[in-house]
Design a protein around this ligand. Structure first.
Ligand SMILES: Nc1ncnc2c1ncn2[C@@H]1O[C@H](COP(=O)(O)OP(=O)(O)OP(=O)(O)O)[C@@H](O)[C@H]1O
Ligand SMILES: [Mg+2]
Length: 246
């Protein structure tokens, strides 16, 4: 498989301040990538640029080998925000998941097929008719992810998907991410909580000071996280970096 996403020399200035500086990176199709880096490194701003919510000051973004403008990226790339509740808008879980595919103009049967598939994949079938406002934090995040996969995006970006989640909800989200990976989705998970999920990823990108400082295979690169103040339990081997085995 080729490169699903490529970023070349991306810059972002806000009010004369450099936020992102010459960011270059690539994601192989079907890869499960982690992006780590301290607070303020520029991870969320980079996600907003990739998605097309913010216009970079310079650089190129390619999808499947072809440069993609903001409109194309809005359609083909999904971004799950840190605060999933802002992404959930409807009266029931199933209606919320249907919202995206309906807006894409798909016919009713196709919308229903996609909602059913997303509910099953995220383990939310029993919650289909429940009001999103009554879901737990972990269920809500799974609902936001379900709504996004129903749009069948080429690349899924998740910004801090474990934030504010307790142990069972964290496990549920890690399982959901692994299920998406098995289905062949290209995933990029932004999180400083490397110890929770890094074992499941194949690619690690480390951001600092508005640039991608390191990129490579997760098992090889993870000891470097310490150099960038990202927490790894002392003495941990790569295989320990998951909460699914505790
Ligand atoms: N509108 C803005 N004006 C000025 N500076 C901004 C603006 N938005 C973001 N920044 C700055 O850009 C830098 C990168 O922010 P960003 O949110 O991308 O960091 P992050 O890596 O996601 O951090 P965190 O781990 O805390 O989520 C920060 O220093 C932030 O203060
Ligand atoms: Mg952030």
């Amino acid at each position: 498989m080729g490169k699903a996403l490529e970023i070349e020399g991306l810059n972002l200035d806000i009010n004369g301040q450099t936020i992102l500086s010459d960011v270059s990176m690539a994601l192989e199709g079907g890869s499960f990538a982690a992006m780590c880096g301290r607070n303020g490194a520029g991870k969320s701003q980079l996600m907003r640029c990739i998605k097309g919510l913010r216009k970079p000051s310079g650089g190129r973004i390619l999808l499947n080998g072809t440069e993609a403008d903001e409109k194309a990226r809005m359609k083909r790339i999904a971004l799950v925000f840190q605060s999933a509740e802002t992404q959930v808008v409807s009266q029931s879980v199933e209606k919320d998941i249907a919202f995206g595919p309906e807006n894409m103009g798909l016919d009713k049967a196709e919308v229903e097929r996609r909602v059913e598939a997303a509910l099953t994949l995220m383990g939310l079938k029993e919650k289909a008719r429940q009001r999103p406002q009554t879901l737990s934090g972990g269920e809500l995040r799974k609902c936001a992810i379900a709504g996004i996969i129903a749009m069948e995006p080429e690349v899924i970006l998740l910004d801090e998907p474990f934030a504010n989640l307790d142990y069972p909800s964290t496990l549920a989200v890690i399982r959901a991410l692994c299920a998406l990976h098995e289905r062949g989705y290209t995933l990029l998970v932004v999180s400083h909580e490397a110890e929770k999920f890094l074992f499941h990823t194949d690619t690690l990108l480390i951001m600092d000071g508005g640039s991608v400082m390191e990129a490579g295979s997760s098992p090889e690169l993870f000891p470097k996280l310490r150099d960038y103040d990202v927490y790894i339990p002392s003495g941990a081997a790569f295989g320990d970096l998951t909460w699914l085995r505790r």
